[in-house]
Design a protein around this ligand. Structure first.
Ligand code: ATM
Length: 211
């Protein structure tokens, strides 16, 4: 199974990936973590920071190249070993950031997402919706080298709007989680959605085994 975690930088998604990873391990599941940008992506990220004048289209292509590589090297092998994969960002990030943030063409992004992933979609996406003010405060307190500093408030509002549109369009795939709660409250909500999803897909599989 494959679950993606989405949201604006500072929303708490990486903390949640770690928390859910630990809790699923404790429950006895085999779990793997993945992240975008990946290790290759970290080099892309350095490039993006060093050359802030890089064009939006080039940036899009770099994110998609990183995605294809991450899928081949990390995600598909883990899924083939029947692990539950928790991925920090996936295709919805590109829709939210490049389509809604940068106003790049929607059909171009859909096509590139499809090419990069061979249409491998997550079972569920968790959009951690944390107020922009809270995200900004958290980001200011961090001292890491990141692309997050190059985005202004209006860009991030468009990104947030993008996530809300994806959630509207795919209500059974993207689950909005109120990020303005404590870390344990957010993880409880996510874990219960994962457990419900597992129960439903297990019963679906056993029904199809009978026919
Ligand atoms: P993290 O800080 O969550 O690792 O994200 C890195 C940046 O990459 C983040 N930018 N900021 N701020 C979001 C951006 N990004 C995209 O713009 N498009 C994508 O497809 C992906 C995967 C990330």
């Amino acid at each position: 199974m494959f679950f993606a975690f989405e949201g604006i930088n500072g929303c708490g998604k990486s903390t949640q990936v770690d928390a859910i990873y630990a809790q699923l391990w404790e429950l006895g599941y085999q779990v793997a973590k993945a992240k975008e940008p990946s290790t290759l992506g970290d080099r892309i990220r350095d490039l993006l920071i060093e050359k802030n004048n890089i064009s939006d289209k080039t940036r899009l292509l770099l994110f998609e190249a990183d995605r294809a590589e991450n899928l081949d090297k990390n995600i598909r092998p883990a899924l083939a070993e029947s692990k539950i994969v928790l991925c920090d960002r996936y295709t919805a990030s590109t829709i939210a950031y490049q389509r809604y943030g940068n106003n790049l063409d929607a059909s171009l992004i859909d096509s590139l997402n499809e090419i990069a992933t061979d249409n491998l979609q997550p079972d569920l996406m968790f959009w951690i919706d944390t107020p922009l003010k809270v995200c900004r405060k958290r980001n200011e307190q961090r001292d890491d080298k990141s692309t997050r500093h190059i985005y202004d408030e209006s860009f991030l509002s468009r990104v947030r709007f993008g996530y809300s549109q994806i959630a509207k369009e795919f209500p059974s795939k993207m689950i909005r989680i109120d990020g303005n709660q404590s870390v344990p409250q957010v993880s409880t909500r996510i874990l219960s959605a994962i457990k419900s999803y597992m129960i439903v897909s297990k019963s679906r599989n056993s029904i199809s085994d009978h026919f």
